[in-house]
Design a binder for this molecule. Structure first.
Ligand code: SAH
Length: 209
């Protein structure tokens, strides 16, 4: 049954404009239901965001697909993710990149996500409990950065984490409107391109145990 729903979701994403076959096949491979609390599991293959613990959400499949596609990943890329959440987006990126470093500020969410990475035998994910806005200095430089919480500005710290021609994808907030944005680093500055209106939980500094 789940498989029929999954195939329907993939077709829906195609119709909504996701054309990158690597992105679609990654979404097909990673079982979304294991990242979702039992109460909502029957909706795992609907194209909607769903609640996880700690008042956070697992992103809508269309948004996960848009972000993944915008990152233009190859198997040689080293990726930084700020906001692990359930770990669903992380898992999708893990099969399309060389290694992914993911940071989550809420300890219990990170522990849960790490258990799911083990279950799926994804061995190229390195995770830590920290404030992602501080970056991951020991691992600079990154080829790609994804921020999965609504952010006001991309700080100099984060710009310094990415290589020249590297891509950053993030939901950017201005006047309470969130727009998924793709940035490309050129001559130490960011060129930007709007992708679509989105709805993410806020980027919050500091950690929670
Ligand atoms: N893409 C995720 C959803 C992420 S929800 C998924 O597929 O499940 C956003 C997550 O970012 C939340 O878990 C929240 O706790 C975390 N977050 C918010 N601000 C953060 C910060 N400054 N550093 C690290 N994590 C942060």
């Amino acid at each position: 049954m789940v498989d029929v729903r999954k195939i329907r979701l993939i077709l829906e994403l195609r119709e909504l404009g996701i054309s990158d076959s690597k992105t679609l096949s990654a979404l097909e491979k990673i079982p979304r239901e294991i990242f979702i609390p039992k109460t909502f599991r029957n909706q795992a293959y609907e194209n909607i965001a769903l609640p996880i613990a700690e008042e956070q959400t697992i992103s809508q499949p269309l948004v996960v697909a848009l972000m993944t596609e915008a990152l233009e990943l190859t198997k040689s890329h080293k990726v930084l993710e700020i906001g692990t959440g359930s770990g669903y987006q992380t898992s999708i990126l893990s099969i399309l990149s060389r290694r992914i470093y993911t940071i989550e500020r809420i300890k219990s969410l990170l522990t849960n996500a790490e258990n799911n990475f083990k279950k799926l035998k994804l061995t190229n994910i390195v995770s830590k409990h920290a404030d992602g806005n501080l970056g991951w200095k020991e691992q600079i430089p990154f080829d790609r950065i994804i921020i999965t919480a609504a952010t006001k500005v991309i700080s100099e710290t984060i710009i310094n984490h990415i290589k020249e021609n590297g891509i950053i994808v993030a939901p950017m907030v201005t006047n309470n409107i969130q727009i998924l944005t793709k940035f490309i680093k050129k001559n130490n500055k960011l060129d930007s391109e709007k992708i679509s209106n989105v709805l993410f939980v806020p980027n919050v500094s500091g950690v929670k145990n």
